[in-house]
Design a protein around this ligand. Structure first.
Ligand SMILES: NC(=O)C1=CN([C@@H]2O[C@H](COP(=O)(O)OP(=O)(O)OC[C@H]3O[C@@H](n4cnc5c(N)ncnc54)[C@H](OP(=O)(O)O)[C@@H]3O)[C@@H](O)[C@H]2O)C=CC1
Ligand SMILES: N[C@@H](CC(=O)OP(=O)(O)O)C(=O)O
Length: 367
């Protein structure tokens, strides 16, 4: 998919949970080369190995160990073409905009720009077609941009559920309603995150803003792009075939991997059988794989037959955390079909998605 050119990249929020996963993955990437790291003023000017509280199972890659952490200012990243952002959402908005204005390609995990009508919200296994919004985003910037843009990836729980939903819509037409109950890992809240006193021996039935994000982001991701007669593009928010989504989000004492119980009703009657649903999920191939993105999972969705899978401890590393696990596909007595999804929140739910998005942008000639 790519010539021999190496592309220098920077990571913002490099000391955080998502930033560390970016570094682990990018240190072995075939054409993205880690070049600069940024974090808060608390970490800036320190060697990365001194600034970070490293929580990955593999050691700190040697390529970054002795890099000096920079402040998150575009001039400190001048040699980079691509910026991956794992910034805290409290600060991500204006920092990412400053990098876009300075003509960087920015791939963000933060929620700040997901609702922007000109920013693609891309789950790379689902809606790579939304990159078509980038020329308009550049043109509407003041002054217009040549190279800069922002692409965000989705909330980690949204990412897990939209992949099977997209597979089902591709096979059986629009989904009319979807009910989701999540069991979310503590790594979703960053480090140190939820205190052990709150989460051990416990379930917390509230994650601020999460349900609203799932219910809204799903519509943007599964919707298409419409174009008016005068050529203005907009995300159609699944409006042509309205989809209703209800989410209930819970924090559970799991380190990594979000589990979600999902029930769906299809618009088309009669609905597919559980066996037809299993076959559609297994045969789903992502655009990212078709585009030969090196970080895309070969098998997008694995469907378990065992009645007690997927489980976070056993299944979160499926395809290096890039694949989605589904199990317990069965009839639902209220809607049509119900099943369980497991997605690695830090990999495909965060860093891996951004990296595949950047690979897609390279394959489409946008970078
Ligand atoms: N964890 C997950 O599963 C997912 C996270 N996300 C999103 O990704 C982003 C990162 O999450 P996560 O890694 O969990 O968060 P962490 O809290 O672990 O890390 C936050 C990072 O932001 C940096 N930072 C904080 N304040 C500033 C500042 N003023 N200027 C520059 N840098 C700053 C921190 O640097 P320092 O160490 O110096 O303080 C740190 O590197 C968030 O927006 C989150 O919502 C999205 C999907 C999944
Ligand atoms: N809120 C998610 C992680 C996250 O940061 O989501 P978002 O990027 O949508 O704010 C969780 O706690 O599991």
């Amino acid at each position: 998919m790519h010539d021999a050119r190496k592309i220098k990249v920077g990571v913002l929020g490099a000391t955080g949970t998502v930033g560390q996963r970016f570094i682990s993955l990018l240190s072995e990437h075939p054409f993205f080369v880690l070049h600069a790291l940024g974090a808060s003023h608390r970490s800036a000017s320190k060697l990365y190995s001194h600034a970070v509280t490293w929580k990955q199972t593999r050691p700190i890659p040697s390529v970054v160990r002795d890099l000096v952490v920079e402040e998150c200012k575009p001039e400190c990243f001048a040699e980079c073409e691509v910026i991956f952002s794992g910034l805290d959402a409290d600060v991500a908005g204006p920092i990412e905009e400053a990098f876009r204005s300075a003509e960087f390609a920015v791939f963000s995990n933060a929620k700040n720009h997901r609702r922007d009508p000109n920013v693609p919200l891309v789950v790379p296994l689902v809606n790579s077609s939304h990159f078509a919004m980038i020329p308009q985003q550049r043109a509407l910037h003041s002054p217009p941009l040549q190279k800069g843009f922002i692409v965000t990836n989705a909330n980690c729980s949204t990412t897990g559920v939209v992949v099977p939903l997209a597979a089902l819509e591709r096979a059986f037409g629009p989904i009319e309603s979807c009910m989701i109950t999540t069991m979310q890992a503590i790594s979703g809240a960053g480090y140190p995150g939820v205190s052990s006193f709150d989460i051990l021996d416990n379930v917390v039935p509230y994650i601020g803003g999460e349900e609203e994000k799932m219910e809204w982001e799903t519509l943007k991701i599964l919707g298409g792009i419409s174009e008016s007669d005068d050529g203005v593009r907009s995300f159609d928010m699944h409006a042509r075939q309205p989809l209703r989504v209800s989410a209930q989000c819970n924090r559970v004492p799991v380190i990594e991997g979000h589990t979600e119980c999902v029930s769906v009703r299809f618009a088309r009657r009669p609905p597919p059988s559980p066996q037809q649903v299993r076959e559609a999920l297994v045969s789903f191939t992502s655009d990212a794989w078709t585009a030969s993105c090196p970080s895309a999972p070969r098998h997008t969705i694995f469907v378990h037959e065992e009645p007690d899978r997927p489980q976070p401890r056993l299944d979160r590393d499926y395809q290096a955390g890039a694949g989605i696990s589904v199990g317990r596909v069965r009839q639902c007595q209220v809607l049509d079909i119900k099943f369980v999804v497991l997605a690695n929140n830090v990999a495909i739910g965060a860093a891996t998605s951004s990296i595949i998005n950047a690979e897609l942008a390279v394959s489409k000639g946008i970078i």
